[in-house]
Design a protein around this ligand. Structure first.
Ligand SMILES: Cc1cc2nc3c(=O)[nH]c(=O)nc-3n(C[C@H](O)[C@H](O)[C@H](O)COP(=O)(O)O)c2cc1C
Length: 162
């Protein structure tokens, strides 16, 4: 079994023991289409917050809206999340949802998640990832751009190195 599955199992067991409810969004199991097609690409660069969205994207945004806390569990692949998850951000964090600009040019968001936790397993040691700066660059991108940058109030990242 993949280590990330073990992490998911332990994490959800902890949630159950603590009496929390949760939904697992396994992108492979749900066959999530991570590839941005040209229709949605045109939508995203059109900067129209009310332009229609694909149904699978709406379903994912509704899932996020139901959550107080988001947890992302994935292996580090070439110093980032796997493309499957990167494509989830590309497609689900849409203009008009994750960010948009009001009439005064101020950046806004519709995401009201309180907290996010990111758990990444890695083939390197955490010491190595810290020493060469990869851990910090991953934190900056994942926490400050993809999470706090779109309105998540608090976010932290844990590396499970070898
Ligand atoms: C395509 C690929 C790229 C990887 N890139 C990295 C990397 O950049 N840094 C790292 O520390 N580990 C890297 N690894 C190792 C994985 O992070 C490690 O094997 C994984 O966390 C184990 O979890 P899993 O069993 O759920 O895949 C890579 C593994 C694969 C398959």
């Amino acid at each position: 079994m993949f280590f990330s599955k073990e992490v998911l199992r332990a994490f959800t067991e902890g949630l159950r023991e603590a009496g929390h409810t949760y939904e697992v969004g396994d992108l492979y199991k749900m066959g999530f289409k991570s590839k941005m097609d040209s229709e949605q690409h045109y939508r995203e660069v059109g900067l129209d917050p009310d332009a229609p969205l694909p149904k699978d994207v709406i379903r994912e945004q509704e899932k996020v809206d139901r959550a107080d806390v988001l947890a992302f569990i994935y292996p580090v692949w070439w110093s980032d999340c796997p493309a499957k998850l990167k494509g989830w951000f590309d497609r689900v964090w849409t203009y008009g949802y994750a960010y948009y600009y009001n009439k005064n040019g101020e950046r806004q968001t519709r995401i009201a998640v309180k907290k996010a936790v990111v758990i990444c397993s890695a083939g390197h040691t955490l010491d190595y990832l810290e020493e060469v700066g990869i851990a910090e660059s991953m934190r900056r991108i994942m926490l400050y751009d993809r999470l706090i940058g779109v309105g998540v109030k608090e976010a932290k990242m844990e590396f499970l190195g070898v």
